[in-house]
Design a binder for this molecule. Structure first.
Ligand code: TXA
Ligand code: MG
Length: 346
């Protein structure tokens, strides 16, 4: 049975909280526990222990060639985890840690083999969440943690999302309420002269550019013919049960697509925003944040995608968003849900 361990997200005395002590003990005993970060919930295990890492892959049903991110609470934990910190990596840590930025660095000797899926590099981040930081400090170990969803599903932004996907497969979920950012961390490779974004996320390209000179997108993210450098980006991901179709056009164009499907007897859902929801007539319309504040769209995105699974829609049409700021991460996830296809108005 999977237990909820409730913690007060904002409590001052987290280190004395018995639920957190229990979770830390499980991590030390090479069990796996889900916990909140500022981005999404992670499924954590001892990054130095193969048995713990195997349990993570099994619980998620994750392909074994997809490496995990290691979470630390203090800089000393980089010791043995990475073999080298480049000047660019140091600059980025200073600017964005703790925060939603994962740095790919040459791996050190104390990393369980499966964490990196055989790669010579390891992804590391310091999360900006009091519960995550307290858990890592209490366990006194670097914690490897992928998002705590079943492989292929949208990442969990609440403890209930984790429960839905992993009940019975893990001993416990540390419940610290809904996460803040709502999409995962930005993954960057900073081993060379340029900083390459392997996965857009909570730290925006614009924010990175304010700190380092050369920031580029991994060509594999923009060109369908090239393999992405982040193994996770090649899988179908973030998908609700019903097929999702991205629509770039007017309200009338999207409505026309809805009407055609409904005329054929299909149940149709629309993923909109608070500002635009009243423009559509469909079986289900789920607004996802406010267009005028794109961070709110990121915050609600995975909950909205999951909400369609509680309905009986056969197909979902979604609006698109400008690829600026966190909009880049939102569109990356929506394009993955849609299998890369965008329906454009002539
Ligand atoms: O916000 C986040 O990053 C969340 C929270 C829990 O920290 N974690 C997360 O982990 O999203 P996961 O496993 O769902 O995604 C990790 C991504 C995958 O696309 C994986 O392929 C990539 O990071 N990755 C990990 N290590 C890598 C490496 N050494 N080289 C290239 N990509 C790597
Ligand atoms: Mg994931």
């Amino acid at each position: 049975e999977t237990k909820y361990l409730s913690v007060d997200n904002l409590g001052e005395n987290q280190r004395n909280c018995p639920q957190l002590m229990q979770a830390a003990l499980w991590i030390k005993e090479n069990e796996v526990v889900a916990f909140p970060t500022e981005t999404v919930y992670g499924l954590g295990g001892n990054a130095q222990n193969d048995e713990a890492i195997t349990k993570i892959f099994q619980a998620k049903g994750r392909p074994s060639d997809n490496p995990l991110i290691v979470h630390i609470a203090k800089y000393e934990q980089l010791e043995g985890l990475v073999s080298e910190v480049s000047p660019t990596a140091r600059k980025l840590m200073d600017a964005f840690w703790p925060g939603p930025l994962t740095l790919i660095m040459p791996k050190g000797e104390h990393v369980a083999h499966q964490v990196t899926a055989g790669l010579s590099t390891v992804g590391v981040r310091m999360p900006d969440h009091p519960v995550a930081l307290a858990l890592i400090e209490e366990a006194n170990l670097p914690i490897a943690a992928p998002s705590a969803n079943r492989s292929g599903r949208p990442s969990p932004t609440t403890a209930q999302h984790v429960y839905h996907d992993l009940k019975g497969a893990i001993p416990a979920i540390v419940d610290g309420g809904a996460t803040g950012v709502g999409v995962e961390s930005t993954v960057v490779d900073c081993s060379g002269d340029v900083v390459a974004i392997l996965r857009p996320g909570g730290v925006t390209k614009e924010q990175l550019e304010a700190v380092v000179d050369n920031v580029m997108m991994d060509p594999g993210l923009v060109d369908q013919k090239q393999a992405p450098k982040s193994p996770g980006m090649k899988y179908t991901h973030y998908a609700p049960d019903a097929p999702l179709r991205l629509v770039d056009g007017s309200f009338a164009f999207l409505q026309h697509l809805v009407d055609k499907d409904r005329a054929e007897g299909k149940k149709v859902g629309v993923l909109s925003t608070e500002e635009t929801k009243d423009h559509y007539h469909a079986d289900v319309v789920i607004p996802c944040g406010q267009r005028a504040q794109v961070a709110t769209v990121a915050h609600h995105l995975y909950d909205a995608l999951r909400a369609f699974n509680e309905t009986d829609v056969d197909v979902i049409y979604s609006e698109v968003f400008p690829k600026a700021g966190v909009g880049l991460a939102i569109m990356n996830r929506l394009e993955k849900s849609a299998g890369g296809v965008i329906l454009r108005e002539e």
